[in-house]
Each structure stands twice: as structure tokens, then as C-alpha cells.
Design a protein around this ligand. Structure first.
Ligand SMILES: C[S@@+](CC[C@H](N)C(=O)[O-])C[C@H]1O[C@@H](n2cnc3c(N)ncnc32)[C@H](O)[C@@H]1O
Length: 199
């Protein structure tokens, strides 16, 4: 099944089934991103926008939020829920692995998205080069460990790759030229930060 269709079908029941991403849990994950007042944030694979209110709390009115997804089903729900958030998110429907997102951002977040990437290293390098500001941070995160994520994907028969333990993924990303470090790896949190140091 085409992945967009897969996520379009999941969209109407996504929020009801999403039990791990509570507001407090999401705030905890975001506390590792370094987002501060006035920052620009790119939320890739925003889905129904589970991160958006907590991102807005951190950026405040002077920040900006751009929320991207290729599933119109997911994005329609995110828009209907958060069109009036402050700062107002800019919603974009596109495939960030094959299409270029305009602009540079202080933070790029891929929350519960990494196993769905087809060319993860190329995509992360492309995003770092084109969309991440100097000194910015790109975060790969999940509200659980890899065992839980992999069990969900087996159950749903989604087209996704096995998620390795955070330390293994970070080491593999470093081998491929990305400066990745594990910010947290526990039963409840899987968080890797990739930095872009100024040349
Ligand atoms: C598992 S869901 C997570 C959604 C949201 N971040 C959350 O945690 O509730 C993955 C999301 O990423 C989107 N996605 C996956 N690959 C994508 C791509 N290449 N371009 C745009 N969106 C993508 C899917 O449509 C889906 O909404």
C-alpha cells in the first residue's frame, strides 16, 4: 500500500490511539531540543500536529513553526486543530525526502518518523545542508524505546524499517558524517540530536 494512503487511513483515529504522546511527555522530549523563545522550528512528519502546542510554548509569539506532512488526511486534522495557535503554524503538504522545503530553521524535528524514511542518511544530510541554520539542531525522537516502536510496526504491517537502539543509530549516523549524539535512551524516551556547527 502507498504510504500516503496508509497514513491517510490512519489519520481519523490517530489521536484516539496515540496514548504515549501526552502533553507532559512531549514537553519532556522537546526539552532536549534546545528550542527557545524566538526560534524557528520545522516539524517534519507532523501528522495530526501532536507536537505543535508544546513547540509554540517554547518559541513564544516571536518564533515560527512550519509543519510538514505528505498525508493530506493527517495535515487536514492538524490544520483544523491548530490553525489558530500562536505563533500560527505554516502547514506544507510535501514529501520532504524528494521535495525541497524553503528556508532555514533553528530546529528540525522528526518525531516518530525516522523508520518511515527511504533514504535516511541522504535525507538527513540534505536537510542539514539546505534547511538547518548554522548552530542549529536536528532531533530524531520517539516517546518510547526502539523495542516498542518496532513491535507497533510489525503489528500494523507498515512499510517501515527496524529502528536500532539509539546508541547504534547515533554511531551509524556519525560514521556517515553526521554529528549525532544520544540525548536520552530509556524505556520512555529515544532522543538523538544532530548538530550543525558553523563552517
Ligand atoms: C508515525 S506518524 C507520526 C506523526 C506525528 N509526528 C506523531 O508523532 O503523532 C509519521 C508521519 O510522518 C509522515 N511522513 C512520513 N514520511 C514522510 C515524508 N517523506 N514526507 C512527509 N511526511 C512524511 C506520515 O504521513 C505520518 O503523518
Amino acid at each position: 500500500m502507498d504510504e500516503r494512503v496508509f497514513f491517510d487511513r490512519l489519520a481519523p483515529t490517530w489521536d484516539a490511539n496515540e496514548i504515549l504522546s501526552t502533553p507532559d511527555h512531549v514537553r519532556h522530549v522537546l526539552s532536549h531540543t534546545g528550542i527557545k523563545h524566538g526560534d524557528s522550528v520545522l516539524d517534519l512528519g507532523t501528522g495530526t500536529g501532536v507536537l505543535l502546542p508544546a513547540i509554540a510554548e517554547l518559541t513564544g509569539n516571536n518564533g515560527t513553526i512550519t509543519a510538514v506532512d505528505y498525508s493530506t488526511g493527517m495535515l487536514d486534522i492538524a490544520q483544523s486543530k491548530f490553525a489558530h495557535l500562536t505563533p500560527r503554524p505554516k502547514f506544507m503538504c510535501l514529501d520532504f525526502e524528494t521535495e525541497t522545503i524553503p528556508g532555514e530553521y533553528d530546529h528540525i524535528i522528526l518525531y516518530c518518523v525516522y523508520p518511515h524514511l527511504h533514504t535516511p542518511v541522504d535525507t538527513l544530510k540534505w536537510l542539514r545542508g539546505v534547511n538547518l541554520s548554522d548552530g542549529g539542531t536536528m532531533t530524531i525522537a520517539f516517546p518510547s524505546d526502539e523495542k516498542f516502536i518496532n513491535s507497533i510496526h510489525r503489528h500494523k504491517h507498515s512499510e517501515s524499517d527496524i529502528l536500532p537502539p539509539a546508541s547504534e543509530l547515533a554511531a551509524w549516523l556519525r560514521l556517515n558524517g553526521l554529528s549525532a549524539i544520544v540525548a536520552e535512551s530509556t524505556h520512555d524516551n529515544y532522543i538523538i540530536n544532530i548538530s550543525k556547527t558553523p563552517c
